[in-house]
Design a binder for this molecule. Structure first.
Ligand code: DGJ
Length: 730
């Protein structure tokens, strides 16, 4: 007997349950799958949930004339184009004989406990003991092609995952040109949606839009998920706030071209789809072959945006991130990038290391410039050999110096790229993406390696792993600094070039998987000129990400607020950098830089030799405090409080799961002439309990903090901030 996925045979209704949500679909009399419901838990679902068809005049009728209906009148579960539905299809296939309209109807299903992994792709996983069940529905067409719709209900997480597998059981090749990971039709369209948009140095800005007639899309055509958009999408009822109202959350476990789209139909139903971007996508499936889509992750909450964020945080932290760092306290790091850029040698690094050790840093991350002849960004990517001109005692020599000071070594790589000026390029100029007969486009003076080729990924694995085997490296920053262009592979046939964007991502995932397996003690951090590839796909291999190249505290008050909608604080890193800030030249106080970076993975990225006594003392005290509270900081429940995109303040709070410790960050963006003291209404506390604020020693009742609010008196000055530490006293 299944507990979380029921099938009611009489009406052909599937009901997937999580602790607080229900998801239901039905085998329509025509054999198509009809979407019935997604939302708050309905304990028992029966045929009374089946909606009226949204009939309209002049609709084209489906060819099953006995039923006298149009597919366009229904909320569908995985729709195709043609045969009476004119909305966006979830899949597109082309047969050899030119047929490109195919319909799939229910054939069989299987329900089982747990979840199977997706071959070659990252996905949310199941651990024994979880209350998790899966459903696979096979739909067939009359051309010998099958679609297998995969669902998993993660009861304990309020998460439903969906993906699709296509199997070509025909005797001819089939071209797949679109395969959404999920499609879901809402009966009404009176929703708005929220997405995370931006650009380099300005990632994850929050944008809300009302839905009216037409189509909306959030997408990437850059080969990476990108700075400009993120696959995350929230669809919400119009009166929603951070803490109340019905919100649906969607994300895609994928790091390449994606399309998250919304369409309001003429009868005002809403279709939401997420998947690989069909742009330039064309995958040839020979007889007997299969294609697995990436996985979409869905959640729903009646508790507003914080509700869906917490669901995503929990599942990404516990069932997407893997390995020993999933639950481990993350180290305080020092990164030398903004202190030295490419200009360093043993002496400079050792001085910085000595100072970093005094401050309490645990890992020294040596950023770009340690290899080949790399003295600026114009050369040497691909030549992953230590530059012994700069590091005369090699990486091991530097690691020894760190070890004496109780610190470990972290190292920067950018393995997917190649510089024209490099030994690797001289030896293998044909290893890059390049359209025959044209000069490839440069981005930051570099080309993209063709990761669809095994010899290329083998070389990359061999070079990176050689460095890791021969040097005591504890941490890797895996960078990627340009979008893909010239996407043509010399090795793929003309019929397969449309597979390349996806093959690049698969090649990347295969290298990362091997590195994860072979080096389980290394903490991986991903980066793509900051947050250009912060997506669930990368989190499967690397549990943390460099959030943005913009280290200005004021900008980070927005970027980190936006990032928290989709990603847990344990997945993003924040560093205290210099003032004036290197990206935007803004002057901020060190306390504001510390406060803004504190509630995530904390680090330093500034010239430590220039610190004043007072600044050193501040940083030292901060790191002691951080280490004491980092378990709560990194793994506690995150609540957004004041929204910097809609007010003059930014504020968030993190509380541990037993609710006896919490920390509050709050900042005023611009000083006002008659500047105001505010009362900050806290959230998520154990009401009825008393808490002491540790800086002031004042004791407050939780109810007073949540209802009347914590009095906050900002110092004068733009981006002036406060950090409050609370502990329960009863
Ligand atoms: C871009 C990253 O985001 C920076 O932090 C730094 O690692 C540079 N690349 C190095 O080239």
């Amino acid at each position: 007997m299944n507990k979380y996925i029921n099938f009611e045979e009489k009406h052909g209704i599937f009901h997937l349950k999580t602790e607080n949500t229900s998801y239901a679909l039905k085998i329509h009399d025509s054999g198509h799958l009809q979407h019935l419901y997604y939302g708050a838990l309905i304990k028992v679902i029966n045929d009374s949930i089946i909606p009226f068809n949204q009939e309209f005049n002049q609709s084209v009728k489906h060819h099953d004339t006995k039923l006298n209906f149009s597919l366009e009148e229904l909320t569908l579960e995985y729709p195709g184009y043609g045969f009476s539905d004119f909305r966006e299809s979830a899949y597109e296939l082309e047969l050899k004989n030119g047929i490109s309209q195919m319909e799939f109807t229910y054939s069989r299903h299987e329900i089982y406990s747990g979840k199977k992994s997706l071959e070659g792709l990252p996905a949310v996983y199941y651990e024994s003991g979880d209350n998790t069940e899966s459903l696979e529905i096979t739909c067939t067409s009359n051309n010998g092609v099958e679609l297998i719709l995969k669902y998993t209900a993660f009861y304990d997480f309020d998460i439903i995952t969906r993906s699709v597998l296509v199997r070509n059981n025909s005797v001819n090749p089939v071209n797949l040109t679109k395969l959404a990971s999920c499609s879901i039709d809402f009966y009404n369209s009176d929703y708005s949606f929220l997405s995370l948009t931006g650009k380099w140095g300005r990632e994850k800005h929050v944008k809300r839009q009302d839905l009216t007639a037409g189509k909306y899309s959030i997408e990437s055509r850059r080969g990476i998920s990108g700075h400009h958009h993120n696959p995350f999408l929230a669809v919400f009822e119009k009166n929603c706030s951070e803490d109340s109202g019905n919100v649906f959350g969607f994300n895609l476990v994928y790091s390449g071209n994606f399309l998250s789209s919304l369409e309001v139909s003429q009868t005002e139903m809403l279709r939401v789809q997420l998947g690989i971007n069909p742009f330039k996508f064309r995958w040839k499936l020979n007889p007997g072959e299969t294609f697995q889509s990436p996985e979409a992750v869905l959640t729903f909450s009646t508790l507003g945006f914080n509700g869906i964020s917490q669901n995503f945080h929990k599942v990404f932290r516990k069932r997407l991130c893997r390995g020993k760092f999933r639950d481990a306290e993350r180290p305080v790091i020092y990164n030398n990038w903004e202190a030295t850029y490419f200009d360093f040698d043993d002496a400079k690094l050792e001085n910085l290391a000595e100072k970093a050790a005094e401050l309490g840093v645990e890992i020294f991350v040596l950023d770009d410039g340690w290899f080949g002849k790399r003295n600026d960004d114009r050369s040497s990517l691909g030549d992953w050999f230590v530059n012994t001109g700069k590091l005369q005692k090699g990486l091991s020599g530097f690691a020894e110096k760190l070890s004496i000071r109780n610190m470990k070594l972290g190292l920067w790589f950018e393995p997917e790229m190649i510089s024209e000026k490099s030994d690797l390029f001289s030896a293998h100029p044909d290893w890059i993406f390049q359209v025959p007969g044209t000069k490839p486009c440069e981005g930051r003076y570099q080309f993209v390696l063709d990761f669809s080729r095994k010899e290329v990924t083998d070389y990359v694995y061999e070079r990176v792993s050689d460095i890791l085997r021969n040097n005591p490296i504890s941490y890797i920053k895996w960078d990627m600094n340009r979008a893909l262009t010239d996407v043509f592979s010399r090795e793929l046939g003309s019929e397969n070039q449309g597979e390349l964007f996806h093959r690049y991502v698969l090649g990347l995932y295969s290298v990362l998987e091997k590195l994860n397996c072979d080096f389980p003690d290394i903490l991986f951090e991903s980066c793509s000129s900051g947050g250009g590839r912060l997506d669930p796909g990368m989190l499967y291999y690397m549990p943390q990400t460099w959030t943005s190249d913009n280290t200005d505290a004021g900008e980070r008050m927005l970027i980190q607020y936006g990032t928290s909608y989709a990603y847990p604080q344990s997945s993003f890193t924040s560093h205290v950098s210099e003032s004036p800030n290197h990206q935007i030249n803004r002057i901020t106080k060190i306390s504001d830089r510390i406060n803004t970076a504190f509630l995530s993975n904390f680090g330093l990225e500034l010239n430590l030799m220039k610190l004043s006594e007072a600044e050193s003392m501040d940083l030292k005290k901060t790191i002691i405090k951080y280490k004491k509270s980092r378990k709560t900081v990194q793994y506690g429940d995150f609540y957004r409080i004041l929204n910097p995109f809609e007010s003059n303040y930014s504020s968030w709070l993190i509380i541990n799961n037993v609710k006896d410790e919490f920390i509050v960050f709050t900042a005023q963006l611009k000083t006002e002439s008659d500047y105001r003291k505010i009362r900050l209404k806290l959230k998520g506390l154990d009401s009825g309990r008393k808490y002491m604020e540790l800086n002031s020693g004042k004791i407050y009742h939780a109810d007073m903090l949540q209802n009347a609010g914590l009095p906050v008196d900002f110092d004068k000055g733009d981006f002036s901030s406060k950090l409050f530490f609370f502990e329960a006293v009863d």
